[in-house]
Design a protein around this ligand. Structure first.
Ligand code: ARG
Length: 279
């Protein structure tokens, strides 16, 4: 099997230059040297887990370019590019397009008139694409993406502004297993999740606030920010190998481990990844 392939962007120009989610305050800057250390540690953990890393060149004036999860959703060798909701991030789109095309990935525009923030809001678990909407991505756009890729989409409304992307409150681990923070969804969303994912691991609020759900899954390894000991126990019991790495400087922008990566070869939990393409 080929090694996991991950897209990252070095934090050379990372900082808190505007406020587009409740975690961000321009009064609370990230410590640049520490952010660089934390990013390098995450990168090394991924390399140690067997991943191949490709990089987007950092660009001055685009401080959130480090959050490559938002670049696109990748399905086989095709990417549907993001259309950012906030103009502060719209300048990232062209850079992500170039980086993906340079890697030989075919890039398609997102559906017209809808905002869409890539793998931050669209995650495969088994055959299904779970899609977060309301804060950043639009529900109608998710349905069009589902039609384009010919996959079933289950839209999940995000109800708490602290969990503004689906990957801050939901993380598929395997085709039938995921981590989630119930408080980020309404009752209907919680029901959709429990009816469609066989094994759900709930995260407590204090650990959700430490971005417990924003995990990177590589094989059986599950990498999260520090401050999620209870989740790590649950993961161990479920047969995973949890790894904690400090990401405090990225939490200041409302992001953590999973936001800093884009899996180009498909997430572990995506059923399509293990099936040959037909037609
Ligand atoms: N400051 C960025 C934003 O608000 C953080 C993005 C985090 N990315 C993610 N996939 N959750 O857009």
């Amino acid at each position: 099997m080929s090694s996991p392939h991950i897209l990252m962007c070095p934090p050379d120009h990372y900082g808190i230059e505007y406020e587009i989610n409740p975690w961000m305050s321009t009064e609370r800057q990230a410590d640049h040297a520490l952010a660089v250390d934390q990013w390098n540690c995450l990168r090394q953990l991924l390399v140690d887990a067997g991943a191949q890393i490709s990089e987007v060149a950092p660009v001055a004036g685009l401080p959130d370019l480090v959050f490559t999860a938002n670049a696109a959703i990748v399905y086989r060798q095709q990417a549907i590019l993001a259309r950012f909701k906030h103009e502060q991030r719209q300048g990232e789109e062209a850079h992500f397009r170039n980086s993906l095309e340079n890697l030989g990935i075919e890039v398609t525009d997102p559906p017209d008139d809808f905002s869409f923030e890539g793998a931050g809001d669209a995650l495969f678990c088994g055959e299904t694409l779970f899609a977060g909407y309301r804060m950043r991505s639009d529900a109608g756009g998710h349905q069009e993406i589902g039609a384009l890729l010919d996959v079933r989409v289950l839209p999940l409304e995000l109800v708490d502004p602290y969990y503004y992307h689906l990957d801050t409150c939901f993380c598929p681990l395997a085709e039938d297993e995921a981590i989630y923070f119930p408080g980020a969804f309404d009752e209907y969303g919680c029901r959709v999740l429990s009816e469609n994912v066989k094994k759900l691991i709930p995260v407590e609020e204090n650990e959700a606030r430490s971005f417990a759900c924003n995990a990177v899954v590589v094989g059986r390894k599950v990498i999260t920010n520090t401050g999620c000991p209870r989740l790590h126990e649950q993961l161990q019991t479920a047969g995973y190998q949890p790894v904690a790495t400090a990401l405090s400087e990225f939490v200041k922008a409302g992001g953590s481990a999973k936001c800093l990566i884009l899996r180009l070869d498909g997430e572990e939990a995506a059923a399509w990844k293990r099936k040959p393409a037909i037609g």
